[in-house]
Design a protein. Structure first.
Length: 183
């Protein structure tokens, strides 16, 4: 009888798998930003879009690193190809920080995005940071510290809608076998 040695692989998450997940999440943020949006008639003409909810979902489910990457890549790419190129640097900074903040808080105290309270707290804490980065970016672009104030209500609406969508989606997804087994 020949001795057959079976090699098993027990580590479920590889660098390739992480890259694939990050790419898929960034694509989802991009698509949700690009195709599911409403242009605001006030402020600097910003958008209300579902990319924010996808950013929150990614950060809550996968943590701060992926949250920051998918926010920066997905929404930054939208600005680059969607006709908002001047906004891309501000968006990349604002959304990377927002994803990292949401993920850090959602994954704090031994949790891995499984505490509704920490998830909500992460989103709420990230909002003023995102708003401040966009406000500063607009102030620099338009050489005015007054004009960017008109965009704040739209930023708040966008984040609140993102929160209202992301939290229930995360609650449901955390109950699926994938997240029960791997996180």
């Amino acid at each position: 009888m020949q001795n057959i040695q079976v090699q098993t692989y027990t580590k479920p998450r590889t660098k390739t798998f992480d890259l694939v997940i990050t790419s898929i999440l960034a694509a989802l943020v991009f698509v949700a930003t690009m195709f599911i949006n409403i242009k605001l008639p006030f402020g600097q003409g910003g958008l209300i879009h579902l990319g924010t909810s996808m950013l929150f979902i990614a950060a809550i489910l996968f943590g701060p690193k992926k949250g920051g990457l998918v926010g920066a890549i997905g929404m930054g790419l939208f600005d680059i190809v969607g006709g908002w190129l001047i906004w891309a640097p501000t968006t990349i900074i604002a959304r990377a920080l927002q994803g990292v903040i949401v993920g850090k808080i959602a994954w704090s105290k031994g949790h891995r995005g499984d505490s509704i309270g920490l998830n909500i707290l992460g989103v709420v804490v990230s909002m003023p940071v995102m708003i401040a980065v966009y406000y500063t970016g607009q102030a620099i672009m338009f050489k005015s510290w007054i004009a960017p104030m008109a965009s704040i209500p739209g930023d708040i609406i966008q984040n609140v809608i993102g929160l209202l969508i992301a939290i229930p989606v995360c609650i449901v997804l955390k109950k699926t076998p994938y997240f029960k087994e791997n996180f």
